[in-house]
Design a binder for this molecule. Sequence first.
Ligand code: PAJ
Length: 280
Amino acid sequence: MKVCRTIEEVRGLSRGARSEGRRIGFVPTMGALHEGHLSLVRAAKAECEFVIVSIFVNPTQFGPNEDLERYPRPFERDREMLEREEADALFAPDVEEIYPPGALTFVSVEELSGKLDGKSRPGHFRGVATVVAKLFHIVEPDAAFFGQKDAAQVAVLRRMVRDLALPVEMCVCPIVREADGLAMSSRNAYLSLQERKAALVLSRSLAKVRAEFEAGQRSAARLREAGERVVAGEPGARLDYFAIVDPDSLDFVDEVARPTLVAVAAYVGTTRLIDNVVLG
Ligand code: PAJ
């Protein structure tokens, strides 16, 4: 696996592989890799002949009081994991390579970026859209692989790809969970043993909503109440949002009549966790 630090290097590799007729798959990450990330790499390997993974802790998607400084960066471990998965290239640029001093250009997906996590984290999706657009231009992939874990991110990026006519196929992969149901996340590393237990309330609340739905409940208000009640029962968690929305527009729905996204975000201690399920 080739490790690239510069735009020129990774673009050269990508163009070289394309000129040999290979399909380029791309998996953007912020590192601190876990099985969720690796599932994307495996999906990319299954569909593409040349797989590029990026590790870049993107400063523009962190708010001023968020965890940019303490975000885990176990680079050597990540590199070994990707080597084992037989990724073809790892792109791990410095901040200055992606954001040259004086960079003034951003990509903003209006409205959608202010919903769900974008409402709780102002500016977050502007940072995500900007870096992903930029990475797409650098890597020039045929297909890019994202996790359903970040459902609002998927909605924002799908819209960006459509609106800007970017020639990239968006592939979205299922949420990978720990054996007890906790959605895998690099941020789970922040949790103490006690918090780790409290964090299970997210997947539990979604399971409750799914059970109510399967028992015939279709009212979004009722389903949301059921989910919120589960979160309220866990003193170790503080709800940020519990939302039942259209997966593309992220608008609230009244009834679950078509595929509908049920998304939850909660603070466990100081760690903000998210999870979701699609009903219908
Ligand atoms: P990061 O949080 O590192 O996640 C990278 C990719 O892995 C995302 O597409 C995310 O949805 C996916 N992922 C994370 N946990 C997952 C899980 N448990 N199951 C399945 N997929 C999972 O998302 C980002 O980085 C950044 O915003 C990025 C897109 C790289 C832009 O900076």
